[in-house]
Design a protein around this ligand. Structure first.
Ligand code: FAD
Length: 442
């Protein structure tokens, strides 16, 4: 089971029509619904399970600019501005604290590669610094050893994944959005080549536009409309401890372990190499497009073949819209954590900070991360299907950028001036010969 979520009350009576239907109640869908409601748009959000039940509650909770792909920089800067006042905007606790992030290294080559990111940060006047071994030690009181150095961004932050998407959804409701949980959207209807409505398990909603913010399900859902969205998924495991005094304050990605202090005083702890690529049919379909990313991540990925292959195979069968869909069958995607990776991470944490010998691990879970070939999201309309917009593929770093990504999706749907230039996020980049790749060193 995933982490316990803050509650969101579902609306009860499905409207017959809306201006926009948002599919998916993760951080992206809820943020898009809030932005639309703030614009006074008649918006309905449909979530097949619970608000935040998949990736958006299962992540590490880092809200970081540091290490971002240059194509995402304007959007993450806007996102950080939004996080800073998000508690006020949503009138609830999202857990955001600007407590800083560290990428720690013990290897000169890796440190030099990390340091190159300062060139990306420089035009934006971000406070990222390369720390010496002694400067780093000052940010790790209680550590048993020193490292060669680290990249550090004091203005980066953390937030609570189990609180943020629910808080945003509740705020969207207060602003007039209708939010339905346990309400899978089976498919989209079109008329005259344009979106004309959605079919949910609770009935039909006529609408002019849809935002597909379905996380790892976005590819399958879009396939039902004859669209190709190159997207794969990787599994990642996390554990959390009970509250613990005397641990580190600044979130860090160190050799062997990544950690982040929680609002409840405990810690989220994961392996620094926690990504598992489950071999699935889509891996073969998209192999060529994902090869550059695969080469880059080869050393850090674990591969696994088993039940997941057959589950993914059977889940990929699309059905007529009057039949129960796979989206209803898998209310909340809840993959098994890889406990050995979590145990090794905890061992590294205890070796580094002996105070963790007293830490009690109270839960572990896993989540599937949706990835694109260039590790940059798709936030885009679809040229061949007016009214269909996609906001997905956040490639393991969508929580932090979420509030601004949702706002960008809302701007695009309404034809408003976009919060940032959306060019790098267009879906067509995968088909127009651009052949985009992940940025080295991010
Ligand atoms: C272990 C782990 C660690 C991570 N760490 C970080 C981090 O520290 N910082 C960071 O920025 N990012 C991190 N991420 C990535 C981040 O969690 C995701 O990028 C982000 O949550 C994506 O949000 P989303 O709304 O697109 O997707 P999701 O949260 O997956 O939401 C999609 C929702 O759509 C719903 N849905 C799908 N299809 C339908 C349908 N047909 N009808 C109705 N509902 C549907 C699903 O049920 C789901 O709730 C991490 C992810 C994982 C798994």
């Amino acid at each position: 089971m995933g982490p316990v979520l803050d509650p969101v009350q579902s609306d009860q009576v499905l409207p017959k029509k809306a201006a926009v239907v948002v599919i998916g109640g993760g951080i992206i869908g809820t943020s898009a619904a809030l932005a639309l409601a703030q614009k006074g748009v008649d918006v309905v959000l449909c979530e097949k399970g619970e608000i935040g039940g998949e990736q958006s509650s299962r992540n590490w909770g880092w809200v970081r600019k540091m290490g971002r792909d240059s194509r995402e920089m304007p959007l993450i800067i806007e996102a950080l501005r939004m996080w800073e006042r998000l508690n006020e905007t949503v009138e609830a606790e999202t857990g955001f604290r600007a407590a800083g992030t560290l990428f720690i290294s013990d290897d000169d080559e890796e440190l030099a590669r990390r340091a190159k990111w300062l060139d990306i940060a420089q035009p934006y006047q971000i406070d990222t610094k390369l720390l010496s071994s002694d400067e780093l030690a000052a940010l790790m009181p209680g550590a048993t050893r020193k490292f060669k150095g680290a990249l550090y961004t004091k203005s980066d932050g953390r937030a609570e994944p189990q609180k943020a998407a629910p808080a945003i959804a509740n705020a969207a409701r207060r602003k007039g959005a209708k939010v339905f949980t346990n309400c899978a959207v089976r498919g989209v209807e079109t008329s005259g080549g344009k979106v004309s409505g959605v079919v949910t398990e609770k009935g039909r909603i006529a609408c002019d536009a849809v935002i597909m913010a379905g996380g790892v399900w976005s590819r399958l859902f879009s396939k039902g409309l004859g669209l190709t969205l190159p997207q794969l998924r990787v599994r990642s495991s996390v554990q959390r401890t009970a509250p613990l005094e005397g641990g580190p304050e600044v979130a860090a990605w160190a050799p062997g372990v990544a950690y982040r202090r929680r609002l409840d005083g405990g810690y989220n702890i994961a392996s620094d190499r926690s990504a598992i690529a489950d071999i699935e049919p889509d891996n073969f379909r998209f192999l060529t497009q994902f090869l550059p990313a695969l080469k880059m991540e080869w050393k850090t990925l674990h591969f696994s073949f088993g039940k997941q292959f057959f589950d993914a195979w059977s889940q990929s069968r699309l059905r007529p819209l009057d039949q129960k869909s796979v989206f209803e069958e898998v209310r909340i995607l809840d993959p098994s954590p890889r406990s050995a990776l979590n145990s090794n991470a905890m061992k590294s944490m205890t070796e580094l900070f002996p105070v963790f010998a007293k830490a009690q691990v109270v839960q572990e879970w896993a989540g599937y991360i949706d990835v694109t070939p260039d590790a940059v999201p798709v936030i885009s309309g679809v040229d061949t299907l007016p009214g269909y917009f996609i906001a997905t593929g956040f490639s393991g770093h969508g929580f932090g950028i979420g509030p601004a990504a949702g706002r960008l999706a809302a701007d695009l749907v309404m034809g408003d001036t976009p919060i940032v230039d959306p060019h790098h996020f267009r879906l067509s980049r995968f088909f127009d010969g651009s052949n985009p790749k992940p940025e080295a060193g991010v």
